[in-house]
Design a protein around this ligand. Structure first.
Ligand code: HAM
Length: 420
């Protein structure tokens, strides 16, 4: 393929050999999350640009540099979703979900788009599984979602997982802290990286996230938000931690934890895997008690997370996933039997059997090889005189006449214990 027709930089094809591992992620997530009462939601792949500008936050890297924004034919500004929380909150509002019993517990598995520098584990279109629990500020919700992600990562055998936890407090306590941090950063401005220095007033918290040595040195002694929380926030945080302790989930309280989204309040968390390189975040989230109001709704608390599917797979040991079993391969003995073979395959599929058939005019020997490759349990060789059914497990074969229903009944019976 010429370079211009290759998949765009930072994107990838999910090929048939990748499908089983991804199916396993999805089925594990579904069992775990639906078992805990989370219901599936899917929102559109694009939304009004304003949703992300208001929801994710104007000062974030995502909104400033990473959005795929375009105009449609009617000059509306639309953006490919860079994340799922703002769209799910938009749907909660749009469909009046505040009238349902709270919290409304939702999960999704979708692809997201960010114009980031592409590297291992960082893509421009990537997949997330995520949950959002909207409508309750109870610390049990925070603990529940964190424990569910912990269980998901364990079930998927993601290696060397660590959980970092913090509390950001309420906007009021954070605002007072921000002023103190800004003043501190201004007094140390000459030691900071130019990028951090320019954004002291816009986003001082981001300074905790910098790799720049001078900035890191300044931040090591910077005032910490955790020391500025009010009593209610501290109680909430203590309650979340007590429940995580009760669940035996280990974590490290990290007062320098920063995540690249503006909507967080109170609980903030991130799971990393030491099995990954620079892009070590496998999943993270937090509480966003101001987001729904920010989007025009009544004040409504919420908490959730998202985990990257590619990163979970990268950080888990690759293991074989069972292929879908083939009950019957229908071979044809001569072209004259093609229609009868086709009819038999169709009948067998109608009886809920997994059936493949010859589609490329191979010799009978080639067809049997093909059946073997597909690991078919039975092969029906349809000839003009009748059908021979071979049990590929036992190596026996039997003449089963010309009646398709009889062949299907034989396979259905034989599929159970004991064989033909
Ligand atoms: P996020 O931390 O931006 O949070 O993304 C969550 C996860 O998505 C990351 O931990 C990472 O595994 C994966 N991810 C993010 N960007 C990329 C990328 N470019 N390539 C591959 N994987 C990536 C959110 O998106 C929030 N909406 C999570 C949340 C839900 N907070 C509350 N509710």
């Amino acid at each position: 393929v010429s370079a211009s027709l290759q998949a765009p930089r930072g994107t990838f094809d999910v090929l048939p050999q990748d499908a089983a591992a991804r199916r396993h992620v999805e089925s594990t997530a579904r069992r775990l999350l639906e078992g805990a009462g989370y219901e599936r939601i899917e929102t559109p792949a694009f939304e009004a640009t304003e949703l992300f500008a208001r929801g994710v936050g104007e000062s974030t890297d995502i909104v400033q540099k990473e959005m795929y924004t375009f105009q449609d034919g009617a000059s509306r500004s639309l953006t490919l979703r860079p994340e799922g929380t703002a769209p799910v909150c938009r749907a909660y509002l749009e469909h009046g979900m505040h009238k349902l019993p709270q919290p409304v517990k939702l999960w999704y598995l979708s692809s997201f788009f960010r114009y980031e520098r592409a590297q291992a584990g960082r893509y421009r279109q990537f997949w997330q599984v995520g949950v959002e629990a909207i409508g309750s500020a109870d610390p049990a919700v925070d603990a529940e979602v964190i424990v569910l992600l912990h269980m998901l990562l364990a079930e998927l055998e993601v290696r060397d997982v660590r959980l970092r936890l913090a509390s950001l407090g309420t906007p009021a306590s954070r605002a007072a802290y921000r002023e103190e941090l800004k003043a501190y950063l201004h007094t140390h401005a000459e030691q900071l990286s130019p990028e951090v220095r320019e954004r002291i007033d816009l986003n001082p918290l981001r300074a905790f996230d910098a790799d720049h040595p001078g900035t890191r040195e300044v931040m090591a002694a910077a005032p910490r938000l955790l020391d500025h929380l009010d009593a209610e926030d501290l109680d909430h945080f203590a309650a979340v931690r007590a429940m995580l302790d009760a669940a035996g989930v280990a974590y490290e309280v990290d007062s320098a934890l920063v995540r690249g989204l503006d909507y967080y309040t109170r609980t903030l968390f991130e799971f990393t895997s030491d099995a990954l390189g620079a892009q070590s975040g496998v999943g993270g989230g937090g509480r966003y008690d101001g987001l729904i109001e920010q989007l025009g709704g009544a004040p409504t608390p919420g908490v959730g997370w998202a985990a990257g599917i590619e990163r979970m797979l990268l950080a888990a040991d690759a293991r074989p996933h069972p292929a879908i079993p083939v009950d019957l391969f229908v071979a044809r003995d001569g072209d004259g039997a093609a229609v009868a073979a086709f009819a038999l395959a169709h009948r067998a599929r109608g009886a809920q059997l997994n059936v493949q058939m010859e589609l490329a005019g191979r010799s009978l020997k080639g067809q049997l090889k093909q059946a073997d490759r597909a690991r078919a349990r039975y092969v029906a060789v349809v000839g003009e005189a009748g059908t021979v059914l071979k049990d590929m497990q036992i190596g026996e074969q039997e003449d089963v006449g010309t009646d398709a229903d009889a062949v299907v009944a034989r396979v259905l019976r034989g599929r159970g214990p004991g064989g033909l």
